[in-house]
Design a protein around this ligand. Structure first.
Ligand code: SF4
Length: 510
């Protein structure tokens, strides 16, 4: 028996895609397993524990807790922006107060310890040495003990994808090491993959974790469970062991990936490229079969395509064989979107939102980053998508090496000019990945946070430093009335994961 754990803290709005894929592979080979969404359960257990109300806000937030949770599980909150914001703010408040004595800043998608850093291996080991200091301890102590007793697992696997999960993952690992030293512990997921692809990687978790897995974990896990030569087959995800209807959403969201890696794979400074993750696809016809079967079985309200970039051929196949429920995901700003008929067909197939990594509104910056984006095409894509009724969630990246204030202002101008076609905006400041072809050409300094940091410090070649960028964003970019009104639409905490619910026809869309 194998137990797979999705550790806290990450947005509790949909089941973990990676674990659903592992379940598909294990089912296919008839290997018994249980899944524990410790993120969802842990957050709910903290929310439902009575806090010691320290102030009026906390008492009020706790008083409205069940109403807030209920409103996020149906369409009510998504029909009323103010109500939604109040619910998220209050839930975050209860979490924040409940974890404060442990010197932790906790939220629905956040876990920050005042002293321990998730990018210092020594701090992760410390978290494992004192699991009782973790705010989820009283939840996982009982829950894991019961599972160990009822399932008698031989292997327990953790899927660690975000930094906000790292300290809790190691606290749970520490607890298991004390309770059941004979059970083999496996650690995989996106964050672990990135760590293991760092140059000169050396495993700092020997003695704590028995197996570390880089990349898709199906094959490694199957081998561990005794499957001979499992190969790299595509296994359709299985959500049966996950509490699909308990997430913070008006109905089940099904995450599905039609590929791993990226078909473009050329953008300089892209972690996918730096890590040399191969591009592996599920054949388009299998994607369609999977989606139809999963929709029939699970009756989701939304499909989340979690690919780094959905390929135009998969988009075309979905247009020709609509899954029957709304869907959204990341797409590249390609020529295909300049065809109004292509966009209309996407909309007819249920596409409610596309996330687009535009990064910059300056052509020289885009060219230098090898984004393969032409601004005229991006402009026409935004107009076509708007006309077709597909919302856009546009990602911008400030402070890349070829950018300066002049180019950043061109981005501002582009956004203002196209504000009508931009539903939501994500603004980020560039971090230099520690490795990669372009990074090697730059003057970088020591890792600025810890031995597991994925980014290096660097002096911007044009002096466009982080304080200057922040100043530009706060004093100029965000203050433009057209941009401010886009930013106000962004769902707090859940951002793009909940954004589709604000543009869908509130529960009537099929
Ligand atoms: S499109 Fe996205 S995932 Fe693909 S190479 Fe560019 S930044 Fe990376």
């Amino acid at each position: 028996m194998l137990i797979l754990i999705h550790p806290p803290v990450t947005k509790p709005c949909e089941p973990p895609a990676g674990i659903a894929k592992l379940c598909g592979a294990l089912d296919h080979h008839g290997i018994g397993h249980r899944v524990l969404d410790a993120n969802l359960e842990g957050l709910l257990s903290l929310l439902n524990a009575s806090p010691i109300p320290s102030d009026t806000w906390t008492s009020r937030a706790f008083h409205h807790l069940s109403k807030h949770l209920a409103s996020l599980s149906c369409w009510e909150a998504y029909r009323d922006n103010d109500r939604y914001r109040r619910a998220i703010k209050d839930l975050n408040r209860v979490l924040e107060v409940s974890a404060r004595p442990g010197r932790i800043r906790l939220g629905l998608a956040n876990y920050e310890h005042e002293e321990l850093s998730p990018v210092r291996s020594g701090d992760l080991v410390r978290a494992a040495e004192s699991p009782e200091s973790n705010p989820f301890y009283s939840y996982f102590k009982g829950r894991l003990a019961k599972l160990l007793e009822s399932e008698q697992p031989s292997v327990i696997g953790f899927s660690l994808n975000y930094l906000s999960q790292a300290l809790c993952t190691f606290a749970m690992i520490g607890f298991l090491k004390q309770e059941c030293p004979g059970v083999r512990l496996v650690l995989g997921g996106g964050l672990v993959t990135s760590w293991m692809k760092r140059p000169h990687w050396k495993n700092p978790f020997k003695g704590l974790v028995d197996h570390l897995v880089a990349g898709p974990g199906e094959s490694a896990l199957l081998s561990l469970m005794g499957v001979m030569r499992p190969g790299d087959n595509h296994y359709s995800p299985n959500y049966d062991s996950l509490p699909l209807r308990d997430y913070f959403a008006p109905g089940p969201i099904l995450p599905y990936s039609s590929s791993s890696g990226c078909y473009w794979n050329r953008c300089s400074f892209c972690p996918e490229r730096a890590e040399e993750n191969p591009y592996i696809t599920v054949p388009a016809e299998e994607v369609i079969v999977d989606l139809h079967r999963l929709v029939d079985k699970q009756q989701p309200v939304l499909i989340h395509l979690v690919d780094n970039a959905i390929s135009p051929s998969v988009m075309k196949s979905i247009s020709e064989h609509p899954p029957g429920v709304p869907w959204y995901g990341f797409a590249r700003n390609t020529r295909h979107l300049t065809d109004p008929d292509f966009c209309l067909a996407l909309r007819r197939s249920g596409c409610v939102m596309l996330k687009l990594g535009l990064e910059s509104g300056d052509q020289t910056v885009l060219d230098s980053l090898q984004k393969g984006i032409n601004l005229q095409e991006a402009s026409s894509a935004l107009k076509n998508l708007k006309k077709a009724g597909i919302a856009t969630y546009v990602y911008l990246l400030f402070g890349t090496p070829p950018e300066d204030l002049i180019e950043a202002r061109n981005t501002l101008e582009f956004v203002v000019k196209h504000h009508d076609g931009i539903g939501f905006l994500n603004l980020a400041i560039f971090n230099m990945p520690i490795d990669g072809p372009k990074t090697r050409q730059m003057e970088t300094k020591s890792f600025y946070e810890g031995d597991l940091s994925l980014y290096a410090n660097f002096d911007h070649p044009k002096g466009w430093s982080r304080p200057l960028i922040r100043q530009f964003l706060d004093k100029e970019f965000k203050r433009h009335p057209a941009i401010a009104s886009i930013l106000r639409r962004d769902p707090p905490v859940f951002t793009s994961n909940h954004a589709p619910f604000f543009v869908m026809n509130k529960g009537t869309e099929r």
